[in-house]
Design a protein around this ligand. Structure first.
Ligand SMILES: Cc1cc2nc3c(=O)[nH]c(=O)nc-3n(C[C@H](O)[C@H](O)[C@H](O)COP(=O)(O)O)c2cc1C
Length: 209
């Protein structure tokens, strides 16, 4: 039997992204987030205007979206409840957030230079997407969340998760994203059955490549 409920959040299970940006003093910031989806070469993020990340995106207009695999969960979890904002917003301080200037060290992750943007790549993440900001607009009824539209301008992928070393396609059997499902971390299970969409999609992909 279904019941009418009034959930405060709708965290149905989305990939975790570690977004790296540049702080006003030129240092690196790194923040976990999971309200993200992609279409073609564009991405939409939902992030609090009170985060250091959104402040950095408004100023710098670029970032790197680093996608951790499920095995990096311990590193990602170390970043929870920290902000790169010196003046911790009251609502965050009230639930235990503190200021952390070096989140790469805190998480045990390595910052390496990107090709086209100032923000660094996270070396350990199998997928690193350099991106520029297209637009930032208020989102949601409260106006506290920014809808951030990004354009992917360079894509770095660990070779071992590609379908074939010479093809620009990620093998879903080899890529194991870290998923946030109602504030808890999950991996994906095994493939359930062949998809009817995959056959024509892949045929068209191979024709073009
Ligand atoms: C797994 C995970 C997912 C998160 N997803 C989001 C999100 O989608 N949007 C958001 O605004 N904050 C999200 N947060 C909270 C941010 O990480 C938090 O606001 C952090 O302080 C941002 O860092 P910054 O202030 O240095 O930018 C998430 C945190 C974790 C641990």
């Amino acid at each position: 039997m279904h019941k009418v409920v009034h959930p405060k959040v709708f965290y149905f299970g989305t990939p975790v992204v570690l977004i790296s940006t540049i702080n006003p003093d030129g240092s690196n910031n790194l923040a976990p987030m999971s309200s993200a989806w992609w279409v073609n070469q564009s991405c939409m993020l939902g992030m609090s205007y009170q985060s250091q990340t959104v402040e950095n995106l408004i100023r710098e207009k670029s970032c790197v979206l680093n996608l951790p695999s499920a095995e990096l969960v311990h590193h990602v979890d170390r970043l929870a409840l920290y902000t790169g904002k010196k003046d911790v917003p009251v609502y965050k301080a009230n639930i235990g957030y503190t200021y952390e200037p070096d989140k790469f060290q805190l998480a045990g992750l390595t910052a390496i230079p990107a090709d086209l943007v100032r923000a660094p790549l996270v070396q350990e993440c199998p997928i690193q997407l350099e991106a520029t900001v297209e637009q930032i607009t208020p989102f949601s009824e409260t106006g506290t969340i920014a809808a951030i539209e990004l354009r992917m301008i360079r894509v770095h992928v660990e070779e071992h998760i590609l379908l074939h070393p010479d093809q620009d396609y990620i093998d879903p059997e080899k890529w194991h994203p870290l998923i946030m499902n109602y504030c808890e971390f999950f991996g994906l299970g095994a493939k359930l059955q062949p998809s009817r969409l995959a056959e024509p999609f892949m045929a068209q992909y191979h024709e073009k490549n």
